[in-house]
Design a protein around this ligand. Structure first.
Ligand code: ZN
Length: 386
């Protein structure tokens, strides 16, 4: 941790932090430790919001953010550091203003870039603690590896639907994320919150736990979540605690590590630029405008491969809902002789469905490029988007 011996608190700060100063576990010395500390938060989103707001309020002296996203309306249900008036702004700018409102004594550093193997070491080097507030596997492994290589603790949190997890990884004290999950899940198998949804208070609960762990580590008080994975089921409201231990064969923190520098995390997680774009040929794509013209003159079968919840929000007229996971079992509902158009939200699940139907020998299948989002933009502006 940073040295707190040169740090002093003003009268105003003493008043502000008085409820901390009364705690034997914090006191004046602990508050100085908080002021001397620096914390880097990866992602100014759902988890990043409560983490940042509480760390700022608690008087952590320096908070860094890495995020390059813009605030969208669909973020506001859980990303409480941003408000309605911030829609369209950079998240780091909006978050910076929120912190200044909460506590002007915090020094904020912003990095408007993606956290990558190229810049991660340079950004993370100067911070005491790194907090993972991301929602994707490549960044999660990257954050882990950076922290192991730099010898820093990572406060981990993840959320999905009603379930959350939290832990503190520190190669000095216990396992790292790779000890727990040596390999990422196959690409596309685990849906993210954008696909599967998340209850808005969940990042508040998990993010607040992460903020608490960071404060404890800075103070050197209590028992951080080293060697423990906390699992929260917010639907039944149950906390479970799993014991986790260091894997001696861990590729990065084990006895004989094979990873000694940062790697290509997109590749490691099975994400190639091509799979994101399309695994199907350009001839198997149809634009929303082309589809709308086609519907006026000919009959096609339209299959929606999103979830029932998404279908309830909006759907192209006369489309048949077959969620992607059910598609292999419901092929008999698709007309082999007709021209078949597949669509999803933005085109990715649709292209997987087209590949599957190609393999099953359906002769005339196309994917709606850009999914129903493109339809809402190009054809039906009255359609709600999500
Ligand atoms: Zn490890």
């Amino acid at each position: 941790m940073s040295n707190s011996s040169n740090v002093d608190l003003s009268h105003e700060e003493i008043q502000r932090y008085s409820r901390h100063l009364l705690l034997p576990e914090v006191g004046l010395e602990g508050q100085k430790k908080l002021k001397a500390a620096s914390v880097l938060i990866i992602g100014a989103g759902g988890l990043g919001s409560p983490i940042t707001m509480y760390l700022a309020a608690a008087g952590v002296g320096c908070i860094g953010f890495v995020d390059m996203d813009i605030v969208e309306v669909s973020n506001l249900q859980r990303q409480i550091i941003h408000g309605t008036e911030n829609v369209g702004e950079l998240k780091i700018e909006s978050a910076k203003r929120s912190i200044a409102r909460i506590n002007p004594f915090v020094n904020v550093k912003t990095y408007q870039e993606k956290f990558t193997a190229e810049n991660a070491m340079e950004i993370a080097r100067d911070y005491d603690i790194i907090i993972d507030g991301t929602d994707n596997f490549p960044t999660r492994y990257l954050v882990n590896d950076v922290c192991v290589l730099l010898g820093k603790p990572t406060v981990y949190g993840s959320i999905f639907r009603f379930e959350g997890q939290a832990s503190v990884f520190s190669a000095k004290h216990g396992p790292c994320y790779r000890c727990l999950y040596p390999e990422p899940p196959p690409e596309g198998l685990v849906p993210n919150c954008a696909e599967g949804g998340v209850i808005g208070v969940l990042p508040g609960m998990i993010g607040t736990i992460q903020a608490n762990e960071a404060i404890k580590i800075i103070l050197g008080e209590g028992t951080p979540l080293y060697n423990r994975l906390l699992v929260l089921d917010a639907l039944d409201m149950r906390f479970r605690e799993l014991s986790i231990s260091k894997n001696p064969d861990c590729q990065i923190c084990g006895t004989n590590p094979t990873i000694t520098h940062l790697i290509d995390y997109q590749h490691f997680c099975g994400i190639s630029p091509k799979t994101d774009a399309n695994t199907i040929s350009a001839e198997q794509l149809i634009t929303a405008t082309e589809l709308s013209e086609k519907l006026a003159t000919s009959t096609v079968q339209i299959i929606d491969v999103r979830s029932a919840e998404e279908y309830a929000i909006c759907a192209i007229p006369d489309s048949l809902l077959i969620p992607l996971a059910e598609l292999p079992y419901r092929l008999n509902e698709i007309n082999r002789n007709a021209e078949v158009i597949i669509y999803c939200k933005s085109g990715i699940r649709g292209s997987k469905a087209v590949s599957l139907l190609n393999d099953e020998g359906f002769p005339k299948v196309k994917n709606l490029a850009g999914g129903i989002k493109a339809w809402a933009t190009e054809v039906d502006e009255a359609m709600p988007t999500y």
